[in-house]
Design a protein around this ligand. Structure first.
Ligand code: TXA
Ligand code: MG
Length: 350
């Protein structure tokens, strides 16, 4: 039994008593985990340096990895930053509230403890009514990283949060399974041209539609470990499952054959093997612990289940995981960015 109080609610039926209690905890410097449309967050008062220190301690996160400040009304943005470029206003009008984080030069009210020592601040206006009401009750500014232990997959269910952090925090707001399942798209507005620092549900095309020009940080998809991503959190080995995970790439028929061959070999050695397939390829794999991640016809289903499957494999104690590659048009960049890191860059050509 963990220590945290877990309260279930839905966006349509908010438990106001629990949300007021969450607000009190936040205003007193404590931590509350809460659902957003992307993943669960671990919240503390963003303007309180001691609360930010507690967040780093609970997650076991390096303190130079900055937190995202969550707001519950658009106008709450302005006190946090020195200026908001027109391009950012346009992007906010198109996609806020939503799975978008924007980076600006910070004002003096944002403590350096929250920004990992940087003079810039990441701001997000989430599209989840439980999150927004909790933020309002908590004073309007909630610093929140994903609510996982540093190095584990981000939580998409309240039970994931409880597993990782239940002994370190006071309260978990359980809003059920999150919508998207991958963290927000991060766009940096502190340079001449907006730069995508982390891909997410909002892809490059959707940003270009509004902004015209946008760059992708060369660090995020690079196989070359010497190209450093600008977002500090993108530099760490992240989302790592306990098993040895490898991505098998190539022509579909060759990929299926290669995964069957690797699986047979590992099973013969006495290892436990997990396979990540899609609805389209389920029938290709006769043995191993086969998990269907979603359908290639709608890659949002793949994003939605990725972290949950990685956690399930941890629970089952598999030794090796083989996965197909998901270079899909809609969310492929976001999915592969996470998967490549989870695999520690281990890619097998079929
Ligand atoms: O969807 C999300 O964004 C979730 C939910 C809870 O809102 N939050 C989340 O937070 O993913 P976290 O801490 O796991 O990831 C934040 C990322 C890290 O990679 C961090 O380095 C980057 O944002 N970041 C934050 N502030 C930054 C800044 N000022 N400059 C560059 N990168 C920044
Ligand atoms: Mg995270």
């Amino acid at each position: 039994m963990s220590h945290a109080k877990i309260v279930k609610m839905t966006e349509d039926h908010l438990d106001m008593e629990a949300l007021r209690e969450a607000g009190r905890i936040l205003r007193n410097g404590g931590l509350v985990a809460f659902p957003t449309e992307t993943v669960y967050g671990l919240g503390g008062n963003a303007l309180d340096p001691e609360a930010s220190k507690k967040i780093y301690a609970a997650k076991g996160r390096p303190s130079d990895n900055p937190l995202i400040v969550h707001i519950a009304e658009f106008d709450a943005l302005f006190p946090l930053v020195t200026e908001v470029p027109d391009a950012a206003l346009k992007l906010a009008a198109a996609y806020w509230p939503g799975p978008l984080t924007m980076i600006f030069h910070k004002s003096d009210i944002v403590p350096l403890e929250t920004t990992g020592g940087l003079d810039t601040v990441a701001v997000r206006f989430p599209d989840n009514e439980i999150a927004r009401e909790m933020i309002r009750q908590g004073g309007g500014y909630v610093a929140a990283p994903s609510a996982n232990t540093s190095g584990r997959p981000s939580p998409t269910l309240a039970s994931h949060v409880d597993e990782d952090l239940g002994d370190h925090i006071d309260m978990i707001l359980d809003g059920g399974q999150v919508n998207i399942g991958l963290e927000s798209t991060i766009v940096d507005f502190t340079e001449d041209v907006p730069v995508i620092l982390r891909p997410g549900f909002l892809n490059e095309d959707m940003l270009k539609e509004v902004l015209g020009e946008v760059r992708v940080d060369p660090g995020i998809m690079s196989e070359n470990v010497h190209v450093r991503p600008k977002a500090p959190g993108m530099r760490y080995k992240h989302y790592a499952p306990k098993a040895d995970l490898a991505i098998v790439e190539g022509e579909p028929a060759k990929v299926f054959a290669k995964i069957r061959e690797l699986t047979a070999q590992r099973l013969k050695e006495g290892s436990k093997v997990g396979i990540i397939c899609t609805e389209e390829s389920r029938k290709e794999y006769p043995e191993g612990d086969v998990r269907c991640i979603g359908s290639r016809a709608d890659d949002r289903t793949i994003a939605h289940h990725l972290y949950e499957i990685l956690r399930d494999f941890d629970e089952d104690g598999v030794d090796f995981i083989y996965t197909e590659s998901f270079e899909t048009p809609r969310m492929g960049m976001a999915i592969m960015n996470r998967l490549i890191k989870a695999a520690g860059h281990e890619v097998i050509e079929a």
